[in-house]
Structures are given as C-alpha cells and as structure tokens.
Design a protein around this ligand. Structure first.
Ligand code: 7TS
Length: 414
C-alpha cells in the first residue's frame, strides 16, 4: 500500500481521523473523495470541542467568573491563531462568521451598501461558486450596479487577456475565487489584486478552497477582503472567517444588530463596538471557534506547504489514472495549475449514476453542479462527477476510484 508521498506520512495522518477507520457497507471501508464539499475532522479538533463543552462552557465577553474568562480567552486565542495562519497584521481584522457564504454576504451588504451606487461596476469570474455570485446579484439588483465577468477558457483557466479591458470600466470591486471548486484551477490572485488596485478597485478573495489547501498570506496578496470556512480545513461546520483591511472594516456599518456588537445602547440609538466585535452580533459559535483554532494548530504543525505538495502529487496521479479510462473527460487545467479537484464525465452516463455505483464500493464523490451552475452551462453540462482530495488522500484510493469507474463502464455495457 502506497501511503507515503515525498512530503507527508499519510498513514500516520489517517490515524488522526476517526471516520477514516469506518466501513460504509459491511466489509467496505470508506474512500472519502469529497473534501471539497467538506473535509473530515481529526481527533485533535473533535477533542478540543469536546473538552470545551465538558470543562469550560460559558458565554463569552460577559461573565466575571472563571468559566466565562477561560471561555473568552480560548475564543480570542482561536482568533489569534487564525490571524497568524493567514498572515493578518492583527487579530482585530479576523471576524468570525458562519461560513464563506456569510462572509461574502457581510461584505456585499455592509461595504456594498455603504459604498456602491447606480452604474458602479463589479467584476467577478465565470468560475465562481454561487456564494460569490448571488450576494453581488442581489446588491446589483437593488443598487442598479453592473456585473462583468472574466471569462473561463476551454482549458478551465481564467482568460486574463480579457481582464485589462474590464478594468477599464473602473470597477469598484473585483471579487474572485483563489481556487475553483469545480476545475481546481488556482488563479494568480496576487497579480489580479495588484491590477485591480491600479484600477482603483477593492478586492475580495473567495478562499473557501485555497485556505484549506495552500499556504496563504493576506498581506503578501494585499487582499482587501478574504473569506473562508472552517469546515473545509479540518475544522467544524458553523464557523467561517472574514478578514478585512482595518480601514475598510472601520468604514463599514455593522451587518447584524444585537448583543456584543455595541459599545453603548440607548432607546433610540446605539454606538457600535470596536473591531472585530462590531461584526459579531449575538452569542457566537464558541466551541466551533475553538475547533477552528485546533484545526489551524493541526495544519500548521503538518505544514501547509507539505499539504499543498501532497495534493499536487495526488492530483497528478489521479489525472493520469482517470484519463486512461475510455470515455472519461476531466475538466480543468493540467495538474500543475490546479489543486486536488477532478471533475469529470464518463461517456453519457449521468454523474448521479456514477456516484451511486461508486458508493457501493465505499467511494464518496459528489455529483451535480457543485453550486457553480453558470460554469457548468459554459461547458454545456448539467452536471459532473467530482472526486476531491486532501492531506489524508492516498494513491491507493485513487486506484480504487479508477478500478470502480471501469466497473461502472461494465455495468453500462461499455
Ligand atoms: N466558495 C467556494 C469556492 C466554495 O467551494 C464553497 C463551497 C463556498 C464558497 C461556500 O462555502 P460555505 O462553507 O459557505 O458553504 N463549496 C462546496 C462544494 O464545492 N461542494 O459543497 C460545497
């Protein structure tokens, strides 16, 4: 069994993930190839949350008792860890939200409604997840804004030759994904941001797929906003992050109103709290923040550069194995330009049927439009099957996927 790549001791890593020890049918072990949707969680994360509920549970920022103080300290320590993980100058620039979707909605709602007016232009790309499309569409409808799109090439890359002409429209915002959840394409975020800034635009990076899989540094990127979810990076559901530049966050009105986000309240008015609390109304996801902190510790100890190289090896091998299967077409660029995502079709077999047959072999993939309907339309497809990989994925699992796809062909008489 080939579980060690040049970079990671995958066998050892897999032992950290209790779910990877289970069988999904009698005698059939789980082959989890759906980490783009959500990653599995190591015991280190599960235990940190369990410990919190067993020994520390209390509401934060309010009680003057031991549990409340410990709980607050743990929650704020998690914020500090996240700040360090993404290279933020200060933890005050790290806002805890529910997920990437909420982070982007926060920016569209609060920054967008404060700063954008009729006729203003927003640039997006054709490969965006619905989370980085619909909030801008809602804002555009309300404010009569114009949305423009960087096209995607046949190879699944952004057609950046079209970008300068779009920047001539003097957009106010350029929002794009750093890694596509369908094509796996890694976009040149730093260059795209620099060009956007030269044109006077603010930038938002959808890092839902990049932060879990690549080393990221918001200051090096010079990103204005940067959004991601804990559940895709070994952390729990229910917590995400919005990073923002301080002066931008300070220029924005609160998103939700309620407890914790205020400094002072009178019957008819309020004064908002300091960053980051201004954007964290109500009791937050405390255990989840602590779980995210543990996930950051876990990934940091392994090393994001190693996670990235491991996935590069796995995706290169996966493309090699998939492309040898007659009838398989994988979408997106060559392995060197993408992360661990392989979306494919198998002849005219519906991806749901492919997924269902793979499930009999314990293989979990996703089938559908992966919340990127416009991108699928561009390629003239209602759906694709998608296998995605993470730090615990092995070459042996890729082999099982390939072998099972031959089975699918056989079942369909090919
Ligand atoms: N942006 C990208 C690029 C994503 O891949 C996803 C989730 C989101 C935003 C939204 O993240 P959420 O945590 O707010 O839901 N992508 C997927 C996926 O590909 N399959 O399931 C969820």
């Amino acid at each position: 069994m080939e579980t060690r790549t040049n970079t990671l001791d995958v066998k050892k890593i897999r032992q950290d993930f209790p779910i990877l020890q289970r069988e999904v049918h009698p005698g059939v072990p789980l082959v989890y190839l759906d980490s783009t949707a959500t990653s599995q969680k190591p015991a280190q994360v599960i235990d940190a949350m369990d410990r919190y509920y067993r020994y520390t549970n209390a509401n934060i920022h309010r009680g003057i008792h031991v549990l409340a103080e410990e709980s607050t300290a743990d929650y704020e320590a998690a914020r500090q860890k996240v700040a360090q993980f993404i290279g933020a100058e200060s933890p005050r620039q790290v806002i805890f939200t529910r997920n990437t979707t909420e982070s982007i909605n926060l920016v569209a709602y609060s920054w967008g409604r404060r700063h954008l007016n009729k006729g203003d232009v927003i640039i997006l790309t054709e490969m965006e997840h619905h989370s980085n499309l619909v909030p801008w569409q809602m804002l555009a409808q309300e404010r009569e804004l114009r949305l423009e799109f960087i096209p995607v090439t046949e190879d699944g890359l952004l057609d950046l030759t079209a970008y300068p002409a779009l920047l001539d429209f003097k957009p106010r915002m350029v929002a794009f994904t750093q890694m596509s959840n369908v094509l796996g394409t890694i976009n040149p975020a730093k260059d795209m941001i620099a060009l956007a800034h030269q044109a006077g635009a603010i930038t938002l990076v959808d890092a839902a797929q990049s932060a879990p899989h690549l080393p990221v540094d918001v200051q090096d990127l010079d990103a204005d906003f940067f959004a991601f979810s804990a559940h895709k990076m070994c952390g729990p559901t229910g917590i995400g992050v919005l990073y923002g530049k301080k002066e931008l966050l300070e220029s924005m009105p609160p998103f939700l109103g309620g407890g914790d986000m205020i400094k002072r309240v009178q019957l008819r008015s309020f004064a908002p709290n300091e960053l980051p609390h201004k954007f964290e109304a109500g009791t937050p996801s405390i255990a989840e923040a602590i779980g995210l902190g543990a996930a950051v510790d876990y990934l940091t100890e392994i090393g994001m550069d190693k996670v990235e190289s491991h996935e590069k090896e796995i995706i290169a091998y996966a493309l090699e194995r998939l492309e040898e299967i007659p009838g398989v077409k994988v979408f997106g660029p060559e392995a060197a330009k993408k992360g661990g995502v392989a979306s494919f079709t198998l002849s005219s077999i519906h991806p749901h049927d492919v997924s269902q047959i793979l499930d009999r072999h314990g293989i979990a993939i996703r089938a559908g439009h992966h919340c990127a309907m416009p991108l699928h339309e561009k390629f003239g497809l209602p759906a694709t099957a998608r296998a995605s990989f993470y730090l615990y994925s092995t070459r042996e699992e890729v082999d099982k996927l390939a072998d099972s796809l031959y089975e699918v062909r056989k079942i369909f008489g090919m």
